[in-house]
Design a protein around this ligand. Structure first.
Ligand code: AHG
Ligand code: MN
Ligand code: MN
Ligand code: MN
Length: 349
């Protein structure tokens, strides 16, 4: 139900009102709501750090060398990861955290209850950060798959337990969301009953509800692929992209290309305007670049909850059971019409 009529012009429908208010009572566990509230605080801190990067010399590389992805870490990759990890530890409800920037999942000793498993990409699109182009954070929350063992005297047992708890299919997600740091800072979240958007009011320092149950258009007119990889794609993907450009197939108006190189920015535009975002596998990386756990699965849950689809080209992203924490899968996500049309090429191959 849409939020009730405001009782006064001073009533603010904040993210915490949405989390802890009457509409969600009985459907959202307050322990999970506490985790989500702590994530929103982490993202406010990251928004401030990203917005002031140039002023406080936080642009550029961290000098920590490569992360487990083989990428050179930016200062803000490291800072965002620290902020996210600290907020999750300090909320006392997190059992295990898994980050793009950490080789292994980490058992959290500060857990007092809840025991939630949180996977996150603390800074997505970080290659854009020095140019001030939109970046984001992505997160997903699971219940434990088995009892979380955090035994400092038995690191092997602890690590095995953390990996089991983190390697769950997207269909097990209790919540998935992202924050886009752009012309506005907007938190987009689903807990399994639709997709909601909350825009940060910089004067108040709170996320306020601005998008009540986002529905992705059934069909769009925009595709977002890095066509620099065209020669590396398989024939099915190339034929699909070629077809989007043929005026005769689209009443004389071919698709438009938009690609900013930040998944969160490209996805958010796709969610609101319709169309498709794709990061296919290619000759160099058969499974593409995006990570299943903290990029593809959370974004696919959001897409599906908004009436869209998330596919690898041959199967539903949310059905895939991860075998490795940083496992990559091809991702095609967006409006049903475009994803189904894509699959008519890739499933035939
Ligand atoms: P991250 O910055 O978290 O490593 O993610 C970058 C991802 C994603 O945000 C973006 O869509 C994609 O990398 C861009 O990759 P290309 O530069 O290869 O197009
Ligand atoms: Mn990265
Ligand atoms: Mn990313
Ligand atoms: Mn990242």
């Amino acid at each position: 139900a849409a939020p009730k009529a405001r009782k006064s012009e001073y009533e603010l429908y904040t993210f915490n009102t949405w989390l802890f208010g009457e509409e969600r009572r009985g459907t959202l566990d307050t322990e999970l709501a506490t985790v989500l509230s702590s994530i929103s605080v982490a993202c406010k801190q990251i928004a401030a750090a990203v917005g002031r990067a140039g002023i406080s010399s936080l642009t550029g590389v961290a000098g920590t060398g490569e992360n487990v992805q083989g990428e050179e870490q930016k200062k803000l990759d490291v800072i965002s990861n620290d902020i996210f990890s600290l907020c999750l530890r300090n909320c006392g409800r997190t059992g295990v955290i898994a980050s793009e920037e950490e080789e292994n999942p980490i058992g959290v000793e500060e857990t007092t209850s809840g025991n939630y498993i949180v996977v996150f990409d603390p800074l997505d699109g970080s290659s854009n950060i020095d140019a001030g182009i939109s970046v984001g954070s992505i997160f997903g929350v699971y219940s434990p798959a088995e009892e979380c063992i955090v035994d400092m005297d038995d690191p092997e047992k602890t690590l095995a337990s953390c990996i089991t708890n983190v390697c769950q299919p997207g269909k097990n997600l209790l919540a998935a969301g992202y924050v886009l740091y752009s012309s506005c800072t907007i938190l987009v979240l689903t807990i399994g009953d639709g997709v909601y958007g909350f825009t940060l009011d910089p004067y108040v320092g709170e996320f306020v509800l601005t998008h009540d149950r986002i529905q992705i258009p059934e069909k769009g007119k925009i595709y977002a692929f890095n066509e620099g990889n065209y020669e590396l794609w398989d024939d099915a993907t190339r034929s699909y992209i070629d077809s989007l450009k043929k005026p005769e197939l689209w009443d004389g108006k071919p698709y438009s290309a938009r690609y900013i190189g930040s998944l969160v920015g490209d996805f958010h535009r796709t969610l609101l305007y319709g169309g498709i975002y794709g990061y296919p596998g290619d000759k160099k990386n058969a499974n593409g670049k995006l990570r299943l756990l903290y990029e593809c699965a959370p974004m696919s849950m959001i897409a599906e909850q908004a009436g869209g689809l998330g596919s690898t080209g041959t199967e539903r992203v949310m059905d895939i059971v991860p075998t490795k924490v940083h496992q990559r899968v091809p991702l095609f996500v967006g409006s049903p019409a475009e994803v189904r049309y894509l699959e008519s090429f890739t499933k035939k191959a």
